[in-house]
Design a protein. Structure first.
Length: 241
């Protein structure tokens, strides 16, 4: 790994590291960022086990001694866990459309059961069928056609079997919530959320109130995947703007 790496970017569920390419382009040639494929996705579709600890170990192996860590949705949830686990190596954290998880144990169990059912459906569907159905998820509504097309192409890079393992191992229902641990985050944290993403705007407000050094950055006109719709603005948050 190049020693001049300044940031690691973690993609969301069904995406791959290539989804960050517009953001990396906006960061410019002088800012080196790595966007790995998380286990269960893209070139890492076959890698097992798909567990939080395995993913954090992968991240620790490729990251420099000090770096900025950014994550979108599932990648943001993993980034929160990694920032707490890597003991001072993360100097800045950027969370895009992310949540610390489901605090209520009953609601979390309900979500885990729903994720298990969805994992079964993913395994039975073709990549094209699942990519099309996932694009219709309400939280992704309103994306511009160009963003929809790029996201669809990206989803076809992962196997159904890999995605089902990722959902079972890294889904919202699978990972422990971190609400109680947010005050432990000592680094500056940018909580990025789109104006159309009402659910995560509320979560962003609650998160920022619990993190000692946090700032909410609202991306005008964007939805849940703000980094896909407004890569320049999200790149500015990653670069420290």
């Amino acid at each position: 790994m190049a020693t001049d790496c300044r940031a690691i970017l973690l993609h969301g569920f069904t995406h791959t590291g290539r989804s960050w390419e517009p953001v990396i382009k906006a960061l410019g040639e002088g800012y080196r960022a790595l966007a790995p494929d998380i286990r269960g996705h893209g070139t890492s579709s076959h890698r097992e086990p798909v567990t939080l600890q395995a993913v954090i170990d992968d991240l620790a192996a490729i990251a420099p001694r000090r770096f900025t860590l950014a994550g979108y949705s599932m990648g943001g949830r993993i980034a929160l866990h990694a920032a707490l686990a890597l003991c001072g190596r993360v100097e800045r954290l950027v969370l895009v459309g992310a949540s610390p998880g489901i605090a209520d144990p009953v609601a979390r169990q309900v979500r885990r059961q729903a994720d298990e059912r969805l994992a079964d459906q993913i395994e039975r569907a073709s990549p094209e069928e699942f990519a099309t159905s996932w694009a219709a998820t309400p939280v992704l509504a309103g994306q511009p056609p160009s963003v929809l097309a790029a996201a669809h192409e990206d989803r076809l890079r992962s196997s159904p079997q890999g995605l089902s393992r990722a959902l079972r191992g890294l889904g919202t229902g699978a990972l422990a919530p971190l609400w109680d641990r947010l005050p432990e985050l000592s680094m500056p944290v940018a909580v990025v959320v789109g104006t159309r993403d009402e659910k995560f705007r509320e979560i962003a407000g609650r998160m920022s109130a619990a993190i000692p050094d946090a700032r909410v950055a609202v991306v005008p006109g964007a939805g849940h995947a703000a980094h896909l719709e407004a890569p320049e603005l999200v790149a500015a948050r990653i670069a420290g703007g």
